[in-house]
Design a protein. Structure first.
Lengths: 358, 261
C-alpha cells in the first residue's frame, strides 16, 4: 500500500429516474490523496453520486474521469475501487480472512501472495487475531474494520465509504472516526465518504461537499463551510445558526443590515434584502459598560443546561428570538427566565448567506 | 402461546384427518411382512421373504436401479436449469420475469395426464419414446418447478448488497455466482433437489405414457405387478418408496434446521 492516491473528476453528472431528479449537474474535483465527504440529509443525492462513482448507478448526464481517463461507461468490477458498504456487506459464509482475501482471489493471485496481503491488511486495522472468525462473531466496530481491510487489500485507486459509521453507537463512532482518519493518513489514498452526520464530516474530511435536493450546494474545507456558509441551508445543516433577515447596505467593513429600527454590522458584499447567519457560540453576554460591534438587549425566554454549556433563547425586541450558547464554566451569571441581558457579537460573527433556491 | 385447548370435536376431527392420511400408508407395512404368497395381512408370523425376493429378483433390482438413475439424472437437470432460471429472474426482476416464474410452475399446475399426452406426441416425433433420456427429460422438466420455487425463496432472503460488494471488488458475474450467491442459496438448491428427486422417484403417469418395454421404473413395475398378480413384493416396494421419500424429507428438514441455527 504505497502507491499514491488517484484524482477523480465529476463533470456535470446527473441522474434522473423518470421525472424525479436525484442528482442535478454536479461537478466536483477530488484531488489525489484527499478525504472528501459528501454530506447531506437523506434524499439529497449523496449516495446516488457515490453509486455513480462506484459504477452501480449509470449517470444520465455528464462524465466521470479518473486521472483524466473517462470511466463513465466502465462496469463496477473494472473500476478497481474499494468500497465499504452501508451495513458492511461482509460475506456471512466466509471467515474474516476469506472475506479480506476475496478481492485477491478474484484477481487470481497465488495463495502465498494472498496470505501475505491479507495479513498486512488485517494488521493495518488491528484484527490479525480474528482472521478465522465468522463476521457474525464480531462486534459492529470489528465488522466495520474488516470491511475496511477488504476494501483496501487490493490497492484500490479510490476508497468509497457509504455511511461507514452509521450503524454504530455514538461512543464507538467517535473512536472509529479517529481510526479512520489515522488510516487515511497511513495509506495516503483518496477517500470519498458519504454521511448525513455533520460532526463526522467536520472531523474527518479535508473537504466537504454539501448536497440538498440533488444539488451540490457548496464545496470547501470544514472551516470554510462552517465559517462562511454560502446559503441558509448550509449554515443550518452544518452546526446551528440564528438567521436574521433585513435590508443590507454595503459599508466600509462589509454590510450594515437594517431591521426595523435596529442595525447589525456583518460580513457581506451585496446591497438589498439579505439573511445573516449567526452562530450561537459566537454571541457573548456583555457585562455592563462593555462594548462590541453589535449589541442587543433582551430577556432570557428559556434556558437549558447542556453539560458543555448553557443553551439560551433570548427574546430581543429588535431581532426576535436569538439562540445563544455559553460555555458553562465562563458564564458570568446563573441563567434565569426573564433575566434581562445584553448580547454582543462582532461583525465577523454575522455572515450574509443566500436563500436556497426552492 | 397460551390460549384455549381445542374442544373434543376439533380434536376428533383432527385425529380422523390424520388417520385418514396415514392409514393407507401404514397398512402396506404389515402387508409387506406377510408370510402368505398373496397380498394379505400376516397370518401365522412376520416374514421378510418378500424383501429378500425383491432384492434378489433381477426384474425388481433393475427397476430400483433404473428409478434411481432416472431420478438422479433428472434431478441434476432440474437443479441446474431451475437454479439458473430462478437466479436470472431474480437478477432482472421485471414484470416479465414474474410471468416467467409463473410459467415455470405450469408443470405442477397442469394435470399430469395432459402433460403426458403432450409429451407422448412430441417424443414420438423425436424418437424419445421408451428411452432413458426421454424419461430423464420429462422428469427433469416436471421437477424444475420445485427447484425454481425453493431457489426463488432462498434468493428473496439474499442480501443484494453482497452481490454489489462482490462486483465492486472486481468479481465477474461467474465468480460472484460461484463464491457468493450459490453458497448463500445452497439450502434452497438442496431442498429443490430433494423435491425434484422425490418427484421423479414416485412419478407414474408420464412414465406410463412414454415408456413401454425398455424403461421400467419402480412405480411402473408396481403398477404392472398389481395388474398382473397380487404379489406382496409390491407392498415391500411400496414401503421402500415411502421409506426413501420420508428419509429425503427428514434430510431436508434437518438441513433447514441447521441453517436456521
Amino acid at each position: 500500500m504505497s502507491a499514491a492516491g488517484h484524482a477523480l473528476s465529476l463533470q456535470g453528472i446527473g441522474k434522473r429516474y423518470g421525472d424525479f431528479v436525484a442528482v442535478r449537474d454536479a461537478s466536483l474535483e477530488v484531488a489525489s490523496g484527499e478525504f472528501l465527504t459528501l454530506l447531506g440529509p437523506s434524499g439529497s443525492g449523496k449516495t446516488t453520486i457515490l453509486m455513480m462513482v462506484a459504477g452501480f448507478v449509470e449517470p444520465t448526464a455528464g462524465r466521470i474521469l479518473l486521472d483524466g481517463r473517462d470511466i463513465t461507461d466502465l462496469p463496477p468490477e473494472r473500476r478497481e475501487f474499494g468500497m465499504v458498504f452501508q451495513g458492511y456487506a461482509l460475506f456471512p459464509h466466509m471467515t474474516v480472512a476469506e472475506n479480506v482475501s476475496f478481492p485477491l482471489r478474484v484477481r487470481k493471485l497465488g495463495r502465498a501472495e494472498r496470505d501475505t496481503k491479507v495479513r498486512a491488511a488485517l494488521d493495518l486495522v488491528q484484527l490479525g487475531r480474528f482472521a478465522d472468525r465468522k463476521p457474525s462473531q464480531l462486534s459492529g466496530g470489528q465488522q466495520q474494520r474488516v470491511a475496511l481491510a477488504r476494501a483496501l487489500v487490493f490497492d484500490p485507486a479510490l476508497l468509497l465509504l457509504d455511511e461507514p459509521l452509521s450503524a454504530l453507537d455514538k461512543k464507538l463512532r467517535a473512536e472509529l472516526q479517529e481510526e479512520l482518519k489515522a488510516l487515511h493518513r497511513r495509506v495516503g489514498r483518496t477517500f470519498i465518504n458519504v454521511t448525513h452526520d455533520q460532526e463526522e464530516a467536520l472531523s474527518l474530511s479535508d473537504r466537504i461537499a454539501i448536497l440538498n435536493h440533488g444539488n451540490l450546494v457548496q464545496v470547501g474545507t470544514p472551516e470554510a463551510l462552517y465559517e462562511r456558509p454560502a446559503t441558509r441551508f448550509v449554515a443550518d445543516f452544518l452546526g446551528k445558526s440564528n438567521f436574521i433577515e433585513g435590508d443590507a447596505v454595503v459599508d466600509a467593513g462589509g454590510i450594515t443590515l437594517r431591521r426595523g429600527g435596529a442595525r447589525v454590522l456583518a460580513r457581506g458584499t451585496a446591497d438589498g434584502p439579505a439573511v445573516l447567519s449567526l452562530r450561537p457560540e459566537k454571541i457573548v453576554l456583555l457585562p455592563d459598560g462593555a462594548a462590541e460591534d453589535n449589541v442587543v438587549g433582551g430577556r432570557i425566554a428559556s434556558w437549558s443546561y447542556l453539560g458543555t454549556g448553557y443553551g439560551l433563547v433570548v427574546e430581543t425586541p429588535d431581532l426576535g428570538p436569538i439562540r445563544v450558547h455559553l460555555p458553562a464554566w465562563r458564564a458570568a451569571v446563573a441563567p434565569a427566565e426573564g433575566l434581562p441581558v445584553r448580547l454582543g457579537f462582532s461583525r465577523d460573527a454575522a455572515v450574509a448567506v443566500l436563500e436556497d433556491a426552492a | 402461546m397460551g390460549g384455549y385447548r381445542p374442544g373434543w370435536l376439533n380434536g376428533a376431527v383432527a385425529w380422523i384427518t390424520v388417520i385418514y392420511l396415514i392409514l393407507p400408508i401404514t397398512i402396506i407395512l404389515p402387508v409387506s411382512l406377510t408370510d402368505q404368497r398373496f397380498l394379505s395381512l400376516p397370518y401365522h408370523e412376520l416374514s421378510a421373504q418378500h424383501y429378500v425376493r425383491l432384492l434378489t429378483t433381477p426384474a425388481w433390482t433393475n427397476a430400483i436401479l433404473q428409478s434411481a438413475w432416472i431420478a438422479t439424472a433428472s434431478t441434476l437437470l432440474a437443479v441446474v436449469l431451475g437454479t439458473l432460471c430462478a437466479i436470472g429472474c431474480w437478477r432482472l426482476s421485471r414484470r416479465s420475469t414474474d410471468l416467467v416464474r409463473a410459467l415455470m410452475l405450469l408443470p405442477i399446475i397442469i394435470p399430469s395426464i395432459a402433460y403426458a399426452i403432450g409429451l407422448y406426441r412430441y417424443f414420438a416425433g423425436l424418437g424419445l419414446l421408451d428411452s432413458f433420456l426421454g424419461v430423464v427429460l420429462a422428469h427433469g422438466v416436471t421437477g424444475m418447478p420445485y427447484v425454481v420455487i425453493t431457489v426463488s425463496t432462498a434468493l428473496a432472503a439474499f442480501d443484494p448488497r453482497l452481490e454489489s460488494a462482490a462486483r465492486g471488488m472486481g468479481a465477474s458475474l461467474l465468480q460472484t455466482l460461484r463464491w457468493v450467491i450459490l453458497p448463500r442459496i445452497m439450502p434452497g438448491v438442496v431442498s429443490g433437489a430433494i423435491f425434484a428427486f422425490i418427484h421423479s422417484w414416485d412419478e407414474l403417469v408420464v412414465v406410463l405414457f412414454i415408456a413401454s418395454r425398455r424403461v421400467f421404473t419402480l412405480p411402473r413395475k408396481i403398477w404392472d405387478g398389481i395388474n398382473e398378480n397380487l404379489d406382496p413384493a409390491m407392498a415391500a416396494v411400496a414401503v421402500l418408496l415411502v421409506g426413501m421419500t420420508v428419509l429425503l424429507l427428514l434430510l431436508d428438514l434437518t438441513l433447514r434446521r441447521r441453517r436456521e441455527d
